[in-house]
Write a protein that binds this ligand. Structure first.
Ligand code: NDP
Length: 282
């Protein structure tokens, strides 16, 4: 696709943003669906989000995705929010409207549930979610709204407590106590940045193996980190013989609504899309 004056533009704002596979995914969909569009990574420092959004809107962008560490700031900066974004307390997808306003949506939770269903996990009765950032909030809200019970453990305990109050549901669990609370759960979700390439953390292989030592055999383990795809948590879960769900399916599912809103086509979330992401080195 040749970029010209009529090319529709979108991108992903993050800091860092080099790990993001969203440009690969959206540009693949543009080519596959014959859309005259382009999607670029946009490194924006913490504190500079408002300036960046105003500049991109003024430059004619259709909209943007917002990733770590900006999702909660984005929530406060948009003009209006969808019901799901309101519930999640976070925004990951913004549409710049012709009147200069900004509509914020949060597709992380709905994308996560859509991926579970695509993998045959139709119902979650009790989940333990690790993390209380933008993605964790969206996932916990979606699991609660789907009728499940949700336990939330976060390194900074007060953030988990604040989150359960904001969601009017769920139970905050101490970070050092979460492995003992896996009993009775059918899903564990890592929605922290532990496991992300370059992120600081404990000796992860040993840490996760120890955490999963007494996990129930029917537990499914999801890690929304997708770089690397086989995270230390998923490797430990596989060793235990547990069902695993990697972060690539959620990445694809959560991206679909933004693409449709900016480029006007509902894109495929099929094996070809997944294979493209798998075949392309980081
Ligand atoms: P946020 O910055 O909003 O939240 C980060 C979370 O990770 C916080 O709960 C934080 O805890 C926790 N955390 C960070 N470092 C550590 C550590 N060393 N030990 C324990 N907890 C830690 O990020 P997001 O919610 O936006 O994203 C979280 C992860 O999910 C990222 O890796 C991101 O790439 C991935 N992601 C994947 C998606 C997908 O489609 N597959 C979509 C969205 C995100 P604390 O509060 O204590 O700081």
């Amino acid at each position: 696709m040749t970029i010209s004056g009529t090319t529709r533009l979108a991108g992903v704002i993050g800091w860092p943003v080099t790990h993001s596979r969203s440009p690969l995914l959206h540009n693949h969909w543009c080519a596959r669906h014959g859309v005259n569009g382009a999607y670029v990574p946009l490194p924006v420092r913490p504190g500079a989000l408002a300036t960046a959004l105003a500049g991109l809107a003024a430059a004619g962008f259709e909209g943007v995705n917002v990733t770590i560490p900006h999702k909660e700031d984005a929530f406060g900066l948009v003009t209006r929010r969808t019901h799901v974004a309101q519930r999640a307390g976070a925004v990951n997808t913004i549409r710049f409207e012709p009147d200069g306003s900004m509509t914020g949506d949060c597709t992380d939770g709905t994308g996560f549930i859509a991926d579970l269903r695509a993998r045959g996990i139709e119902t979650v009765r009790r989940a333990l979610v690790l993390g209380a950032g933008g993605a964790a909030r969206a996932i916990a809200a979606a699991l609660l709204d789907a009728g499940g019970e949700v336990l939330i453990a976060n390194r900074t305990a007060t953030r988990a407590e604040v989150l359960t109050r904001a969601l009017c549901g769920g139970e905050a669990v101490r970070w050092d106590a979460w492995p003992a609370r896996l009993e009775g759960c059918d899903l564990l979700v890592n929605a922290t940045s532990l496991g992300l390439n370059g992120a600081e953390g404990p000796d992860e292989a040993g840490y996760w193996a120890e955490c999963l030592e007494r996990a129930p055999s029917a537990l499914a383990v999801a890690d929304i980190v997708y770089n690397p795809l086989r995270t230390p948590l998923l490797a430990a879960a596989e060793t235990r013989g547990l069902t695993t769900v990697d972060g690539l399916g959620m990445l694809i599912q959560q991206a679909r609504a933004g693409f449709a809103s900016w480029f006007g086509v509902w894109p495929e979330a099929d094996a070809e899309t997944r294979a493209l992401l798998l075949a392309t080195p980081d």
